[in-house]
Ligand binder design. Structure first.
Ligand SMILES: [Zn+2]
Length: 154
């Protein structure tokens, strides 16, 4: 089922961990409504990266919804926006996560990005606004969590 032009429900609920462990990862109707908003955000991001680079820029390796058992299985906390269908991790073709974050920084309000995280090998975005503004734009790598979009050190 397509949620937007380029993003399917299957893509936003896919989980290698769930498949490997035979664990259910089917969203409730409430989560599905949030996943639609998340897909719309990903579509805006895809369109924007494509327009600003001048070349089709698909988003890949998407991790969207994760049920509580799946989310716990991969070691994430129950408070994660992924559990509510409000967040997605992704890569963009030919771009580093740092480059994607830099491109999106001026567009956070316009696109409805409540949180953006530059992680080692992917970008995390959430449609939900963080409680503390300091947590809206962060970088997480093996050295910890820091404010702002920084070059990550592997
Ligand atoms: Zn994430």
């Amino acid at each position: 089922m397509n949620l937007t032009k380029n993003f399917t429900l299957q893509e936003l609920t896919a989980s290698d961990w769930a498949a490997r462990h035979g664990v259910e990862n089917t969203p409730t109707p409430a989560v599905l409504a949030e996943l639609r908003r998340t897909a719309e955000l990903l579509q805006r991001i895809r369109n924007y990266l494509t327009a600003s680079t001048g070349i089709d820029t698909p988003l890949t390796n998407i991790s969207g919804y994760r049920s509580i058992p799946v989310n716990r299985g991969i070691g994430s906390s129950d408070g994660s926006d992924h559990v509510r269908g409000c967040a997605a991790d992704f890569k963009a073709l030919r771009m580093t996560p740092y480059q994607v974050c830099q491109a999106l920084l001026p567009k956070l309000d316009e696109f409805g990005i409540g949180q953006i995280i530059n992680e080692l090998t992917w970008v995390h975005v959430s449609t939900k606004m963080v409680a503390k503004p300091i947590n809206r734009i962060i970088t997480i790598d093996r050295h910890g969590t820091r404010a702002g979009i920084l070059q990550v050190r592997p």
